[in-house]
Design a protein around this ligand. Sequence first.
Ligand SMILES: *Cc1c(COP(=O)(O)O)cnc(C)c1O
Length: 417
Amino acid sequence: MADFSKETLAMLKEAESLTESAMREIDRIVDHNQWKVIEAFQQQKVSDYHFSGSTGYAYNDRGREVLDLVYADVFGAEMALVRPHFASGTHTIATALFGVLRPGDELFYITGRPYDTLHKVIGKPGDGTGSLADFGIGYKEAALLEDGSVDWNAVEAGITPETKVIGIQRSRGYDWRSSFTVAQIGEMIQRVKAIKPDIIVFVDNCYGEFTEEREPTQVGADLIAGSLIKNPGGGLAETGGYICGKRAYVELAAYRLTAPGIGGEVGAMLGTTRGIYQGLFLAPTIVGQALKGSILASAVFEQAGFATKPRWNEPRTDLIQAISFHSADHLISFVQGVQRASAVDGHVVPEPWDMPGYENPVIMAAGTFIQGGSLELSADAPIRKPYIAYMQGGLTYSHVKYAILSSLEHMKDINLL
Ligand SMILES: *Cc1c(COP(=O)(O)O)cnc(C)c1O
Protein backbone atom coordinates (compact mmCIF):
# COMPACT_ATOMS: atom_id res chain seq x y z
CA MET A 1 0.00 0.00 0.00
CA ALA A 2 1.39 3.35 -1.01
CA ASP A 3 2.69 5.48 1.75
CA PHE A 4 0.73 8.72 1.50
CA SER A 5 0.71 11.21 4.33
CA LYS A 6 -2.36 11.91 6.45
CA GLU A 7 -2.66 15.45 5.10
CA THR A 8 -2.62 14.32 1.49
CA LEU A 9 -5.20 11.61 2.14
CA ALA A 10 -7.38 14.14 3.96
CA MET A 11 -7.29 16.49 0.96
CA LEU A 12 -8.38 13.64 -1.26
CA LYS A 13 -11.16 12.60 1.06
CA GLU A 14 -12.54 16.11 1.22
CA ALA A 15 -12.55 16.38 -2.57
CA GLU A 16 -14.26 13.02 -2.84
CA SER A 17 -17.14 14.02 -0.63
CA LEU A 18 -17.42 17.41 -2.33
CA THR A 19 -17.74 15.76 -5.76
CA GLU A 20 -20.14 12.97 -4.85
CA SER A 21 -23.10 14.33 -6.79
CA ALA A 22 -20.95 15.17 -9.82
CA MET A 23 -19.73 11.55 -9.81
CA ARG A 24 -23.31 10.28 -9.73
CA GLU A 25 -24.09 12.40 -12.77
CA ILE A 26 -21.20 10.72 -14.60
CA ASP A 27 -22.63 7.30 -13.64
CA ARG A 28 -25.90 8.32 -15.23
CA ILE A 29 -24.20 9.31 -18.51
CA VAL A 30 -22.17 6.09 -18.47
CA ASP A 31 -25.31 3.96 -18.09
CA HIS A 32 -27.00 5.75 -20.95
CA ASN A 33 -24.03 5.38 -23.30
CA GLN A 34 -23.15 1.84 -22.20
CA TRP A 35 -26.70 0.71 -22.92
CA LYS A 36 -26.73 2.59 -26.22
CA VAL A 37 -23.58 0.74 -27.31
CA ILE A 38 -24.90 -2.67 -26.20
CA GLU A 39 -28.16 -2.10 -28.06
CA ALA A 40 -26.23 -1.16 -31.23
CA PHE A 41 -24.26 -4.43 -30.98
CA GLN A 42 -27.52 -6.35 -30.53
CA GLN A 43 -29.24 -4.50 -33.36
CA GLN A 44 -26.45 -5.56 -35.73
CA LYS A 45 -26.32 -9.10 -34.31
CA VAL A 46 -22.63 -8.97 -33.51
CA SER A 47 -21.15 -12.46 -33.17
CA ASP A 48 -17.79 -13.88 -32.35
CA TYR A 49 -17.04 -14.64 -36.03
CA HIS A 50 -17.06 -10.90 -36.73
CA PHE A 51 -13.86 -10.54 -34.74
CA SER A 52 -11.64 -12.76 -36.85
CA GLY A 53 -10.00 -10.11 -39.02
CA SER A 54 -9.04 -10.36 -42.68
CA THR A 55 -6.13 -10.22 -45.10
CA GLY A 56 -5.40 -9.11 -48.66
CA TYR A 57 -8.16 -7.05 -50.27
CA ALA A 58 -10.49 -8.23 -47.55
CA TYR A 59 -13.60 -8.12 -49.76
CA ASN A 60 -16.75 -8.97 -47.83
CA ASP A 61 -15.09 -8.74 -44.44
CA ARG A 62 -18.34 -8.98 -42.50
CA GLY A 63 -16.66 -7.93 -39.26
CA ARG A 64 -15.54 -4.66 -40.83
CA GLU A 65 -18.94 -4.02 -42.41
CA VAL A 66 -20.84 -4.67 -39.21
CA LEU A 67 -18.39 -2.51 -37.25
CA ASP A 68 -19.30 0.41 -39.51
CA LEU A 69 -23.00 -0.28 -38.92
CA VAL A 70 -22.55 -0.45 -35.15
CA TYR A 71 -20.69 2.87 -35.11
CA ALA A 72 -23.35 4.46 -37.32
CA ASP A 73 -26.03 3.30 -34.84
CA VAL A 74 -24.13 4.52 -31.80
CA PHE A 75 -23.50 7.94 -33.33
CA GLY A 76 -26.98 8.26 -34.83
CA ALA A 77 -25.41 8.64 -38.28
CA GLU A 78 -26.39 7.36 -41.72
CA MET A 79 -22.99 5.77 -42.27
CA ALA A 80 -19.65 5.24 -40.59
CA LEU A 81 -16.14 4.36 -41.70
CA VAL A 82 -14.11 2.79 -38.89
CA ARG A 83 -10.64 1.70 -39.87
CA PRO A 84 -7.26 0.80 -38.41
CA HIS A 85 -5.85 2.35 -41.61
CA PHE A 86 -6.26 5.81 -40.18
CA ALA A 87 -2.85 6.49 -38.68
CA SER A 88 -4.01 9.18 -36.25
CA GLY A 89 -6.74 11.66 -35.50
CA THR A 90 -5.12 14.17 -37.81
CA HIS A 91 -5.08 11.67 -40.67
CA THR A 92 -8.75 10.88 -40.06
CA ILE A 93 -9.78 14.54 -40.01
CA ALA A 94 -7.68 15.27 -43.11
CA THR A 95 -9.35 12.37 -44.93
CA ALA A 96 -12.81 13.72 -44.10
CA LEU A 97 -11.90 17.25 -45.24
CA PHE A 98 -10.14 16.19 -48.46
CA GLY A 99 -13.10 13.92 -49.12
CA VAL A 100 -15.62 16.72 -49.39
CA LEU A 101 -13.59 19.79 -50.43
CA ARG A 102 -12.63 20.61 -54.03
CA PRO A 103 -10.39 23.28 -55.57
CA GLY A 104 -12.10 26.66 -55.33
CA ASP A 105 -14.11 25.63 -52.25
CA GLU A 106 -13.49 27.13 -48.87
CA LEU A 107 -13.22 25.71 -45.35
CA PHE A 108 -14.32 28.08 -42.59
CA TYR A 109 -13.48 27.21 -38.97
CA ILE A 110 -15.84 29.09 -36.67
CA THR A 111 -14.33 27.95 -33.35
CA GLY A 112 -11.04 29.77 -33.72
CA ARG A 113 -7.65 28.33 -34.49
CA PRO A 114 -7.96 24.56 -34.88
CA TYR A 115 -5.81 21.95 -33.15
CA ASP A 116 -2.09 22.36 -33.88
CA THR A 117 -1.59 19.33 -36.10
CA LEU A 118 -4.26 20.60 -38.50
CA HIS A 119 -2.33 23.73 -39.44
CA LYS A 120 -0.15 21.83 -41.92
CA VAL A 121 -3.20 20.03 -43.31
CA ILE A 122 -4.74 23.42 -44.07
CA GLY A 123 -1.36 24.62 -45.35
CA LYS A 124 -0.44 27.64 -47.43
CA PRO A 125 -1.00 28.23 -51.16
CA GLY A 126 1.91 26.82 -53.12
CA ASP A 127 3.49 25.04 -50.14
CA GLY A 128 4.00 21.99 -52.33
CA THR A 129 2.94 19.53 -49.65
CA GLY A 130 -0.45 18.52 -50.98
CA SER A 131 -2.18 20.49 -48.24
CA LEU A 132 -5.72 21.82 -48.73
CA ALA A 133 -4.30 25.22 -49.71
CA ASP A 134 -1.86 23.59 -52.12
CA PHE A 135 -4.89 22.13 -53.93
CA GLY A 136 -6.49 25.56 -54.17
CA ILE A 137 -8.90 25.10 -51.29
CA GLY A 138 -9.46 28.34 -49.41
CA TYR A 139 -9.43 28.67 -45.68
CA LYS A 140 -10.56 31.14 -43.09
CA GLU A 141 -11.32 31.11 -39.41
CA ALA A 142 -13.29 33.26 -37.00
CA ALA A 143 -11.43 33.77 -33.73
CA LEU A 144 -13.51 33.17 -30.61
CA LEU A 145 -14.70 36.19 -28.65
CA GLU A 146 -13.13 37.15 -25.33
CA ASP A 147 -15.72 35.07 -23.45
CA GLY A 148 -14.95 31.99 -25.54
CA SER A 149 -18.11 32.14 -27.65
CA VAL A 150 -18.42 32.15 -31.44
CA ASP A 151 -18.12 35.55 -33.12
CA TRP A 152 -21.39 35.48 -35.05
CA ASN A 153 -20.79 38.85 -36.69
CA ALA A 154 -17.59 37.47 -38.20
CA VAL A 155 -19.29 34.20 -39.17
CA GLU A 156 -22.24 35.89 -40.86
CA ALA A 157 -19.93 38.24 -42.74
CA GLY A 158 -17.51 35.44 -43.61
CA ILE A 159 -19.80 32.88 -45.25
CA THR A 160 -19.63 33.27 -49.03
CA PRO A 161 -20.87 31.18 -51.98
CA GLU A 162 -17.47 29.39 -51.90
CA THR A 163 -17.85 28.35 -48.26
CA LYS A 164 -18.47 24.63 -48.61
CA VAL A 165 -17.51 23.34 -45.16
CA ILE A 166 -17.89 24.84 -41.71
CA GLY A 167 -15.38 23.47 -39.17
CA ILE A 168 -16.22 23.15 -35.48
CA GLN A 169 -13.83 21.82 -32.85
CA ARG A 170 -15.64 20.38 -29.86
CA SER A 171 -12.71 20.10 -27.47
CA ARG A 172 -10.78 22.98 -25.95
CA GLY A 173 -7.62 21.31 -27.17
CA TYR A 174 -4.74 22.86 -25.31
CA ASP A 175 -6.25 26.30 -24.89
CA TRP A 176 -7.56 27.88 -21.72
CA ARG A 177 -11.05 28.14 -23.24
CA SER A 178 -14.21 26.20 -22.65
CA SER A 179 -15.11 23.28 -24.86
CA PHE A 180 -18.39 23.30 -26.76
CA THR A 181 -21.17 21.08 -25.52
CA VAL A 182 -23.24 19.07 -27.96
CA ALA A 183 -26.19 21.40 -27.30
CA GLN A 184 -24.03 24.42 -28.18
CA ILE A 185 -22.80 22.66 -31.32
CA GLY A 186 -26.43 21.99 -32.26
CA GLU A 187 -27.23 25.69 -31.98
CA MET A 188 -24.20 26.60 -34.09
CA ILE A 189 -25.31 24.15 -36.78
CA GLN A 190 -28.84 25.60 -36.90
CA ARG A 191 -27.43 29.09 -37.21
CA VAL A 192 -25.00 28.39 -40.04
CA LYS A 193 -27.61 26.33 -41.90
CA ALA A 194 -30.02 29.24 -41.63
CA ILE A 195 -27.42 31.32 -43.45
CA LYS A 196 -26.53 28.67 -46.03
CA PRO A 197 -28.66 25.51 -45.96
CA ASP A 198 -26.41 23.36 -48.15
CA ILE A 199 -23.27 24.02 -46.14
CA ILE A 200 -21.50 20.91 -44.80
CA VAL A 201 -20.84 21.08 -41.07
CA PHE A 202 -17.78 19.13 -40.00
CA VAL A 203 -17.08 18.54 -36.30
CA ASP A 204 -13.69 17.51 -34.94
CA ASN A 205 -15.06 15.21 -32.23
CA CYS A 206 -11.67 14.19 -30.75
CA TYR A 207 -11.78 13.73 -26.96
CA GLY A 208 -15.54 14.30 -26.89
CA GLU A 209 -17.07 10.87 -27.49
CA PHE A 210 -19.28 9.51 -24.70
CA THR A 211 -18.71 12.44 -22.35
CA GLU A 212 -22.34 13.41 -22.96
CA GLU A 213 -25.44 11.45 -23.89
CA ARG A 214 -25.51 12.75 -27.44
CA GLU A 215 -22.93 13.16 -30.19
CA PRO A 216 -22.73 16.01 -32.71
CA THR A 217 -24.24 13.79 -35.45
CA GLN A 218 -27.40 13.67 -33.31
CA VAL A 219 -27.79 17.44 -33.45
CA GLY A 220 -27.30 17.92 -37.18
CA ALA A 221 -23.55 17.60 -37.86
CA ASP A 222 -23.03 16.30 -41.40
CA LEU A 223 -19.61 14.77 -40.85
CA ILE A 224 -17.58 14.07 -37.72
CA ALA A 225 -14.25 12.40 -37.09
CA GLY A 226 -12.18 11.13 -34.20
CA SER A 227 -9.32 8.91 -33.15
CA LEU A 228 -9.57 5.34 -31.88
CA ILE A 229 -6.65 5.82 -29.51
CA LYS A 230 -8.77 8.40 -27.75
CA ASN A 231 -12.26 7.89 -26.29
CA PRO A 232 -14.09 5.47 -28.62
CA GLY A 233 -11.22 2.96 -28.68
CA GLY A 234 -11.82 2.29 -25.01
CA GLY A 235 -8.09 1.86 -24.39
CA LEU A 236 -8.11 -1.40 -26.36
CA ALA A 237 -8.08 -0.28 -29.99
CA GLU A 238 -4.45 -0.32 -31.05
CA THR A 239 -4.73 2.28 -33.78
CA GLY A 240 -7.26 3.83 -36.14
CA GLY A 241 -9.95 6.43 -36.55
CA TYR A 242 -13.60 6.82 -37.44
CA ILE A 243 -15.62 9.12 -39.63
CA CYS A 244 -19.39 9.22 -39.57
CA GLY A 245 -22.24 11.31 -40.82
CA LYS A 246 -24.31 11.68 -44.00
CA ARG A 247 -23.88 8.77 -46.38
CA ALA A 248 -22.74 10.85 -49.36
CA TYR A 249 -19.99 12.56 -47.40
CA VAL A 250 -18.73 9.45 -45.63
CA GLU A 251 -18.52 7.72 -49.02
CA LEU A 252 -16.40 10.57 -50.36
CA ALA A 253 -14.11 10.25 -47.35
CA ALA A 254 -13.83 6.50 -48.02
CA TYR A 255 -12.79 7.23 -51.63
CA ARG A 256 -10.09 9.46 -50.22
CA LEU A 257 -8.87 6.87 -47.73
CA THR A 258 -8.47 4.16 -50.37
CA ALA A 259 -9.30 5.12 -53.97
CA PRO A 260 -12.33 6.36 -55.92
CA GLY A 261 -14.54 3.44 -56.86
CA ILE A 262 -13.10 1.27 -54.08
CA GLY A 263 -13.89 3.22 -50.93
CA GLY A 264 -14.72 1.17 -47.87
CA GLU A 265 -15.20 -2.11 -49.78
CA VAL A 266 -11.60 -3.18 -49.23
CA GLY A 267 -9.10 -2.90 -46.41
CA ALA A 268 -7.66 -5.79 -44.44
CA MET A 269 -8.38 -5.51 -40.74
CA LEU A 270 -5.58 -7.98 -39.93
CA GLY A 271 -5.91 -8.70 -36.22
CA THR A 272 -7.39 -5.38 -35.13
CA THR A 273 -11.11 -6.08 -35.31
CA ARG A 274 -11.80 -7.54 -31.89
CA GLY A 275 -9.91 -4.81 -30.08
CA ILE A 276 -11.90 -2.15 -31.91
CA TYR A 277 -15.22 -3.83 -31.08
CA GLN A 278 -14.33 -4.56 -27.49
CA GLY A 279 -12.85 -1.09 -27.09
CA LEU A 280 -16.11 0.45 -28.28
CA PHE A 281 -18.01 -1.73 -25.84
CA LEU A 282 -15.81 -0.52 -22.97
CA ALA A 283 -15.51 3.09 -24.12
CA PRO A 284 -18.51 4.62 -22.31
CA THR A 285 -17.38 3.15 -19.00
CA ILE A 286 -13.71 3.99 -19.45
CA VAL A 287 -14.56 7.53 -20.51
CA GLY A 288 -16.61 7.73 -17.30
CA GLN A 289 -13.59 6.63 -15.27
CA ALA A 290 -11.43 9.30 -16.93
CA LEU A 291 -14.10 11.96 -16.35
CA LYS A 292 -14.32 11.06 -12.68
CA GLY A 293 -10.56 11.36 -12.45
CA SER A 294 -10.68 14.82 -14.05
CA ILE A 295 -13.44 15.96 -11.69
CA LEU A 296 -11.49 14.78 -8.68
CA ALA A 297 -8.27 16.41 -9.91
CA SER A 298 -10.13 19.65 -10.51
CA ALA A 299 -11.58 19.61 -6.99
CA VAL A 300 -8.34 18.64 -5.25
CA PHE A 301 -6.16 21.22 -6.96
CA GLU A 302 -8.80 23.90 -6.57
CA GLN A 303 -8.79 23.21 -2.83
CA ALA A 304 -5.01 23.44 -2.91
CA GLY A 305 -5.38 26.97 -4.29
CA PHE A 306 -4.95 26.53 -8.04
CA ALA A 307 -7.32 27.61 -10.81
CA THR A 308 -8.82 24.79 -12.86
CA LYS A 309 -10.75 24.57 -16.10
CA PRO A 310 -13.31 23.16 -16.18
CA ARG A 311 -14.05 23.55 -12.49
CA TRP A 312 -15.13 20.33 -10.79
CA ASN A 313 -18.83 21.25 -10.92
CA GLU A 314 -18.94 22.61 -14.46
CA PRO A 315 -20.43 20.57 -17.32
CA ARG A 316 -17.91 18.55 -19.31
CA THR A 317 -17.85 17.67 -22.98
CA ASP A 318 -14.30 16.39 -23.33
CA LEU A 319 -11.56 14.73 -21.30
CA ILE A 320 -9.11 17.56 -20.90
CA GLN A 321 -8.54 19.03 -17.45
CA ALA A 322 -6.46 22.18 -17.28
CA ILE A 323 -4.82 23.19 -14.00
CA SER A 324 -3.03 26.50 -13.63
CA PHE A 325 -0.12 26.23 -11.18
CA HIS A 326 1.74 29.03 -9.40
CA SER A 327 5.20 28.21 -10.68
CA ALA A 328 7.26 26.08 -13.02
CA ASP A 329 8.28 23.96 -10.02
CA HIS A 330 4.65 23.11 -9.24
CA LEU A 331 4.03 22.29 -12.85
CA ILE A 332 7.04 20.01 -13.13
CA SER A 333 6.34 18.22 -9.88
CA PHE A 334 2.72 17.66 -10.89
CA VAL A 335 3.72 16.08 -14.20
CA GLN A 336 6.45 14.02 -12.54
CA GLY A 337 3.96 12.85 -9.92
CA VAL A 338 1.61 11.62 -12.65
CA GLN A 339 4.43 9.70 -14.32
CA ARG A 340 5.51 8.18 -11.03
CA ALA A 341 2.00 6.79 -10.57
CA SER A 342 2.04 5.01 -13.91
CA ALA A 343 2.00 1.22 -14.29
CA VAL A 344 4.09 1.50 -17.45
CA ASP A 345 7.30 3.51 -17.28
CA GLY A 346 6.61 4.51 -13.70
CA HIS A 347 10.39 4.51 -13.13
CA VAL A 348 10.99 7.21 -15.73
CA VAL A 349 11.40 10.82 -14.60
CA PRO A 350 10.17 13.24 -17.26
CA GLU A 351 12.08 16.49 -17.70
CA PRO A 352 11.23 19.58 -19.75
CA TRP A 353 12.77 19.45 -23.21
CA ASP A 354 12.81 21.57 -26.35
CA MET A 355 10.35 19.72 -28.48
CA PRO A 356 10.53 20.56 -32.20
CA GLY A 357 7.77 22.97 -33.18
CA TYR A 358 7.20 24.37 -29.68
CA GLU A 359 8.35 27.78 -28.48
CA ASN A 360 8.90 26.79 -24.85
CA PRO A 361 10.27 23.62 -23.29
CA VAL A 362 7.55 21.01 -22.81
CA ILE A 363 7.21 18.36 -20.12
CA MET A 364 5.07 15.28 -20.61
CA ALA A 365 3.99 12.37 -18.48
CA ALA A 366 2.84 9.31 -20.34
CA GLY A 367 3.06 5.74 -19.22
CA THR A 368 0.68 4.14 -21.65
CA PHE A 369 0.06 0.69 -23.08
CA ILE A 370 -0.75 2.23 -26.46
CA GLN A 371 1.84 4.75 -27.65
CA GLY A 372 0.36 8.23 -27.34
CA GLY A 373 -2.96 6.74 -26.29
CA SER A 374 -4.64 9.66 -24.61
CA LEU A 375 -7.63 7.88 -23.13
CA GLU A 376 -4.89 6.58 -20.85
CA LEU A 377 -3.73 8.94 -18.15
CA SER A 378 -1.27 11.51 -19.42
CA ALA A 379 -0.28 15.06 -18.60
CA ASP A 380 1.65 17.67 -20.47
CA ALA A 381 2.64 21.26 -20.09
CA PRO A 382 4.67 23.91 -21.86
CA ILE A 383 6.95 25.59 -19.30
CA ARG A 384 5.66 29.13 -19.54
CA LYS A 385 3.39 31.47 -17.62
CA PRO A 386 0.64 30.97 -16.51
CA TYR A 387 2.01 27.43 -15.93
CA ILE A 388 -0.94 25.42 -17.13
CA ALA A 389 -0.80 21.64 -17.07
CA TYR A 390 -3.22 19.65 -19.19
CA MET A 391 -4.13 16.23 -17.97
CA GLN A 392 -6.41 13.77 -19.65
CA GLY A 393 -7.57 10.22 -19.54
CA GLY A 394 -7.20 7.41 -17.08
CA LEU A 395 -8.41 3.88 -17.76
CA THR A 396 -9.42 3.53 -14.14
CA TYR A 397 -10.57 6.15 -11.66
CA SER A 398 -8.45 4.53 -8.99
CA HIS A 399 -5.34 5.09 -11.10
CA VAL A 400 -6.10 8.79 -11.48
CA LYS A 401 -6.69 9.05 -7.75
CA TYR A 402 -3.32 7.43 -7.16
CA ALA A 403 -1.68 9.89 -9.56
CA ILE A 404 -3.28 12.86 -7.80
CA LEU A 405 -2.02 11.61 -4.45
CA SER A 406 1.40 10.97 -5.91
CA SER A 407 1.57 14.53 -7.29
CA LEU A 408 0.40 16.12 -4.05
CA GLU A 409 2.91 14.07 -2.08
CA HIS A 410 5.69 15.04 -4.47
CA MET A 411 4.81 18.73 -4.08
CA LYS A 412 4.68 18.40 -0.33
CA ASP A 413 8.06 16.65 -0.23
CA ILE A 414 9.74 19.60 -1.89
CA ASN A 415 7.81 22.16 0.16
CA LEU A 416 5.54 23.38 -2.62
CA LEU A 417 2.36 22.84 -0.63
C1 LIG B 1 -5.96 14.72 -30.64
C2 LIG B 1 -6.69 15.71 -31.43
C3 LIG B 1 -6.49 15.85 -32.80
C4 LIG B 1 -5.46 15.10 -33.59
O1 LIG B 1 -5.33 13.77 -33.30
P1 LIG B 1 -3.90 13.06 -33.37
O2 LIG B 1 -4.23 11.66 -33.13
O3 LIG B 1 -3.05 13.68 -32.33
O4 LIG B 1 -3.38 13.29 -34.74
C5 LIG B 1 -7.26 16.78 -33.47
N1 LIG B 1 -8.15 17.54 -32.82
C6 LIG B 1 -8.34 17.45 -31.49
C7 LIG B 1 -9.35 18.33 -30.84
C8 LIG B 1 -7.63 16.53 -30.74
O5 LIG B 1 -7.83 16.43 -29.44
